[in-house]
Ligand binder design. Structure first.
Ligand SMILES: [Zn+2]
Length: 465
């Protein structure tokens, strides 16, 4: 029987593009999975990188020797074997990404992936390689444009694994119509085996309905999620679970206006504070969520305390904007405006700009109205193009009301009632807003922030909806 052999003059199977004899040939004799783990633990990432390449070569030789032929002779068994191979190679590629980013190695990783892709003419393998290309660009190079480029040639219906489908939703979500987004989320709910994952997707689905203005359906879905969470409170084990349960309970608490659910959410987030494996960003995020929980319970002092704890760990614009909102609620308009003025507006993300403008508008409308500043807010609001019906309705109403307010001939009484109308509408928006941020569809970057170890290249900001 023909037995595949990688010879010295052939291109190495690690994807380096070099000849095997000048690349991984000698390494193969001393490399092993165990040695690879040891080097990672020791923190010798340069050596770990070499071993990781060698292990990929060892596995690819196996695939060439056994799987490739079996796929032709007996496709059923061949495919089973291929699934196992792809899983093993995936683990190695994931290690590789961690090693490269830890050691800040200047490796043309995409070129490596391109060569690995060519080694096996198989759709499943090619889709898996595509996943790593997208992940590399999106989560490690922070390059959304490149990540999108890779995804334009693939339809989500061709993606059959959970990680990839979720990554697809994260990246392409803002370009997909509502029906496609819901279809993807429904598939994710079906594929997900963990309870905390299922309720996370139900929460995301609820938000999608909220964003098109279907509050009734949003409430129905979050009720389902809460029922599942209630029936599975014994399955909350890791920080990741606590986080998802906390998120679902606070969203439910707000949507259903249920104090008990809000308090329960607080309990889950508080349990996370003793977890030492959280990253600094992760901990800052938990404090910020606790601030949000107590804010929604109208406990401004506690909310203030938690937001400040969060700021100490990570100076995020959103946290500062929310602190400004607490001052507004305490009728301390001067301090609220002072905080907002300390934020550089142009550096804000699109979603944070809306929050900023809305809280600014609330403050200006509640105090002496500075006409120049009100006009500035009006002009900035007009510049924002919103895809979500929920947001655009609120912003359009605000624009119309501010325009009305700026008409000089209104008498004092008309102005007062107009301002009241605007403020009540804006409060409605802000009650839900902190939940929409970061709990929409950008679940991957969120999880990356929360549980992975710090990596200088990772995405630091949650993208929002
Ligand atoms: Zn090599």
């Amino acid at each position: 029987m023909y037995k595949f052999k990688l010879t010295g003059n052939m291109e190495c199977f690690c994807g380096s593009g070099k000849e095997f004899k000048f690349c991984c040939q000698d390494l193969l004799t001393i490399s092993s999975l165990k040695n690879l783990s040891t080097e990672i633990e020791k923190g010798d990432y340069k050596q770990a990188f070499l071993f990781c390449k060698a292990e990929i070569v060892r596995y690819m030789i196996n695939v060439k020797r056994h799987t490739e032929g079996l796929l032709v002779r007996n496709p059923l068994y061949g495919n089973k074997l291929l699934d196992i191979d792809i899983k093993a190679l995936s683990e190695l590629l994931e290690k590789m990404i961690v090693i490269i980013s830890k050691a800040n190695l200047q490796i043309p990783f995409i070129d490596m992936l391109n060569r690995l892709e060519e080694l096996l003419d198989n759709g499943k393998w090619h889709t898996r390689i595509l996943y790593y290309k997208v992940m590399w660009e999106y989560l490690y190079n922070n390059n959304l444009v490149n990540a999108k480029k890779y995804l334009t040639n693939i339809s989500f219906s061709e993606i059959n694994d959970l990680d990839f489908l979720q990554l697809y939703l994260d990246i392409m979500g803002d370009e997909l119509p509502f029906s496609n987004k819901v279809e993807i989320i429904d598939r994710l709910i079906k594929m997900e085996t963990k309870i905390s994952g299922k309720i996370k997707y139900l929460g995301a689905k609820s938000i999608e309905f909220l964003l098109i203005g279907d509050t009734a359906e949003a409430k129905n879905i979050i009720k389902q999620a809460i029922e599942i969470a209630n029936n599975n409170s014994d399955k909350v084990k890791e920080s990741y679970d606590f986080y998802q349960y906390g998120n679902v309970y606070i969203l439910g608490g707000k949507l259903l206006e249920d104090t008990h659910l809000k308090q329960r959410s607080g309990t889950y987030f508080e349990s996370m504070l003793s977890d030492n494996s959280l990253t600094v960003s992760g901990k800052a995020m938990v404090y910020s969520h606790l601030g949000d929980v107590y804010f929604s319970l109208n406990d401004f002092e506690k909310a203030f305390e938690f937001y400040n704890q969060s700021l100490k760990l990570e100076d995020l614009h959103l946290t500062r904007i929310l602190i400004a909102d607490i001052y507004f609620h305490k009728s301390d308009f001067n301090n609220s405006i002072k905080i907002l003025k300390g934020i550089e507006y142009d550096t804000l993300t699109f979603e944070n700009k809306i929050d900023f403008l809305i809280i600014y508008a609330k403050n200006l409308l509640s105090t002496v109205q500075n006409r120049t500043e009100v006009i500035w807010i009006l002009e900035e609001l007009k510049k924002l193009t919103l895809q979500s019906k929920y947001f655009s309705d609120i912003v359009n109403e605000l624009i119309i009301s501010i325009q009305e307010l700026l008409v000089e001939k209104n008498n004092k009484k008309q102005r007062k009632s107009l301002i009241r109308k605007i403020l009540s509408k804006l409060n409605e928006y802000l009650i839900l807003q902190p939940n929409l941020m970061g709990f929409g569809v950008n679940i991957n970057s969120l999880i990356n922030d929360l549980v992975k170890e710090d990596n200088p290249n990772k995405r630091t900001k949650s993208k929002g909806i």
